[in-house]
Design a protein around this ligand. Structure first.
Ligand SMILES: [Zn+2]
Length: 336
């Protein structure tokens, strides 16, 4: 396979704090020999864990982009044992456009792993993250929100179901150290960054912080605090920024890839019938789809397909058949 064409203009092996760009060659009409700048920082000192903290994998999810920018400005090498690799706008063209997907190739970065070094810009970024960055990392925290079309209930974490009891203990300890109220575990999907990390023997968590295309001060604070907690827990970060006290108790929940999603089955305007955080039962009405263009037609009811708790809802009233209206989770019971 071809080498990845992205070249960092900082030395990722050097101690110290370095801020620059990953240069993705991109030859277009207005810039024949140009490159796409993907902001990157490395804060490194001595031996210790290597952690990637990224945001803007989806360009319309903003809390993480702000949090990573804070980290770049506020952390210094003296506070670090190991290395932080910080990416505030991971899919930079998407983040610049404020869109989930890249306007250059419609690429959804978190659906394109393991990527392709000879492919489109988003495929090249995915390949670089998996094969150049995750290959050197122990952990990755990819900061997400609901984006333009979805809103999550507060601050949450997501990660893969562990494969054995030892990994379960490790993952549970990390999630508790991060300290957000809820963590959702799911089965791996090979095109996601969490699976890319697993292929490279690293552990990756996502956050899901609010959404709806807006920014919440409280969620920035919670996400930032969680990261500082985690970086302290794995002994990458030390000093005054690391909170003291026992880890919080994250509630571990499970998302079923089929049963926990509610979809619109027609085109119209949806009226949600429950709020975020609601406890619902299988067969309960979830939303009405109205048809103002055909007012004699009765609204269509869509239903929850399982018992559980509503963790995420659609932020846009208009729906087309196939749009996700609600996502749910239920209590996780370990089978390991
Ligand atoms: Zn996202």
């Amino acid at each position: 396979m071809a080498n990845n064409p992205i070249k960092p203009d900082i030395d990722l092996d050097a101690d110290g704090k370095h801020i620059g760009y990953l240069r993705l060659p991109y030859s277009v009409h207005r810039s024949a020999y140009g490159w796409i700048p993907i902001p990157v920082a490395s804060i490194k000192r001595g031996e210790g864990p290597v952690v990637i903290v990224s945001a803007g994998s989806h360009g319309d999810e903003y809390e993480g982009q702000i949090i990573v920018s804070h980290l770049i400005r506020e952390l210094d090498p003296e506070m670090v044992s190991g290395q932080l690799i910080l990416l505030p706008m991971t899919n930079a063209p998407a983040a610049e456009a404020g869109m989930r997907t890249s306007p250059l190739d419609e690429g959804n970065l978190n659906r394109l792993y393991p990527g392709d070094p000879s492919g489109t810009p988003t495929q090249i970024i995915a390949h670089y993250i998996e094969h150049e960055l995750l290959a050197r990392a122990d952990y990755m925290i990819d900061l997400h929100s609901g984006g333009t079309s979805l809103i999550y209930d507060g601050a949450n974490m997501m990660g893969l179901e562990p494969r054995d009891a030892e990994e379960e203990k490790h993952v549970t300890d990390l999630l508790k150290a991060f300290g957000l109220p809820r963590a959702f575990l799911y089965q791996p999907n090979p095109v996601n960054v969490t699976a890319a990390a697993r292929r490279q023997n690293a552990i990756c968590f996502l956050t899901e912080l609010g959404g709806g295309g807006v920014v919440s001060t409280a969620l920035i604070r919670e996400g930032m605090q969680g990261l500082l907690n985690l970086l302290g827990f794995i002994k990458l970060l030390s000093g005054a920024l690391v909170p003291s006290g026992p880890p919080a108790q994250a509630r571990l929940m499970r998302i079923d890839r089929i049963k926990h999603y509610v979809y619109a089955m027609d085109n119209g305007v949806h009226e949600p019938l429950v709020e975020l955080g609601a406890t619902v039962t299988k067969g309960q009405a979830a939303a009405l789809i109205h048809f103002p263009d055909n007012p004699g037609r009765a609204p269509q009811t869509v239903y929850f397909d399982a018992d559980g708790e509503v963790i995420c809802k659609r932020a846009i009233a208009m729906v087309k058949r196939g749009d996700c209206i609600f996502q749910m989770a239920d209590e996780r019971r370990s089978t390991l």
